[in-house]
Design a protein around this ligand. Structure first.
Ligand code: CP
Length: 308
């Protein structure tokens, strides 16, 4: 298999296992490229890509822009906060105006779940979902899977615990889809109020006790408490959350094995993760960020060649 089954990357849910393996294998080639003294290849020399961000981002936005530049694409960046969206322009009008300037691909982050799916039905360009509200964050899940594969040699058979605010996390949902398709065992762990009622129907284990989750897993993917998406209180205080669910060195030292710690970022230090873990050798958080560029290069390169 040398082509993706889709011309858009809207989520992991609609990727095949073959698509995911192809992206991870292609990313391995691009990781070798970005570690050369000359990090650029001409693969997307005739392609123009717009990064259209309606929500804040550091890692995803810079990582896509670097991936595009490493592939020699032309790049334009759009941020809704200083655009004509503020004057009432619609999403489709905004994107169609960008496309009228001869743009081939749109990488979009939006706070509304389904916004990239809607766009893919209404505009003529490859659409890449860079995170849509609480729904999916496919390239984050792909770079997480790549990082697990890099660390262990394979994702199949590994036990991954996703710990924290599962209810509001697009990273959790995309990771569950991706890890299950690749044959990993997945557990979610957090306060009962932050676990969606449907979660067991996705074939994951559920654990409320963080110590038991850590003892079970090979990898803990620790998620941020997304206060900006919480309209009501799901737990008494951040201090109490940290007391019961915060990951620290002492907790890890009580396990009878060494596990790998991941976090998609941004980290709330001292809430879900203490610095003594985040900055330790057990954490592969900056490896995830490095791998994100290679994975996004692979996604853009393969979409540019996809028949769909
Ligand atoms: N992991 C992630 O999506 O980070 P940003 O919000 O900074 O892009």
């Amino acid at each position: 298999m040398s082509q993706l089954s889709t011309k858009h990357l809207l989520g992991i849910k609609n990727l095949t296992e073959g698509d995911i393996h192809l992206i991870l294998e292609t990313a391995a080639n691009f990781k070798e490229v970005i570690n050369r003294p000359i990090k650029k290849v001409p693969s997307l020399r005739d392609i123009t890509i717009a990064n259209v961000f309606f929500e804040n981002s550091t890692r995803t936005r810079l990582s896509f822009e670097l991936a595009e530049k490493r592939l020699s694409a032309d790049v334009v960046n759009f941020s809704s906060s200083n655009s004509s969206v503020k004057k009432g322009e619609t999403l489709v009008d905004t994107v169609n105006n960008i496309l009228a300037m001869k743009v081939d691909m749109v990488v979009m982050r939006h706070s509304s779940p389904g916004a990239p799916h809607f766009l893919s039905r209404n505009v003529k360009a490859n659409i890449v979902n860079a995170g849509d509200g609480t729904h999916e964050h496919p390239t984050q899940a792909l770079l997480d899977a790549y990082s697990i594969k890099e660390k262990f040699g394979d994702v199949a058979g590994k036990k991954v615990a996703i710990i924290g605010d599962i209810l509001h996390s697009r990273v959790a949902l995309s990771n569950i889809f991706c890890l299950k398709k690749l044959g990993a065992e997945v557990m979610v762990c957090g306060p009962i109020t932050l676990l969606p009622k449907y979660i067991e129907s996705l074939g994951v284990k559920v654990e409320l006790d963080v110590k038991k989750a850590l003892q079970w897993c090979d990898v803990a993917n620790v998620l941020r408490i997304q206060l900006e998406r919480q309209q009501i209180k799901y737990f008494p205080s951040l201090r109490e959350y940290s007391l019961y669910y915060g990951i620290n060195k002492k907790l890890l030292s009580e396990l009878d094995k060494e596990i790998v710690i991941m976090h998609p970022g941004p980290i709330n230090r001292g809430v879900e993760l203490n610095s003594d873990v985040a900055d330790s050798d057990q954490a592969i958080i900056l490896d995830q960020v490095e791998n994100g560029v290679a994975v996004r290069m692979a996604v853009l390169y393969l979409l540019a060649g996809a028949k769909g």
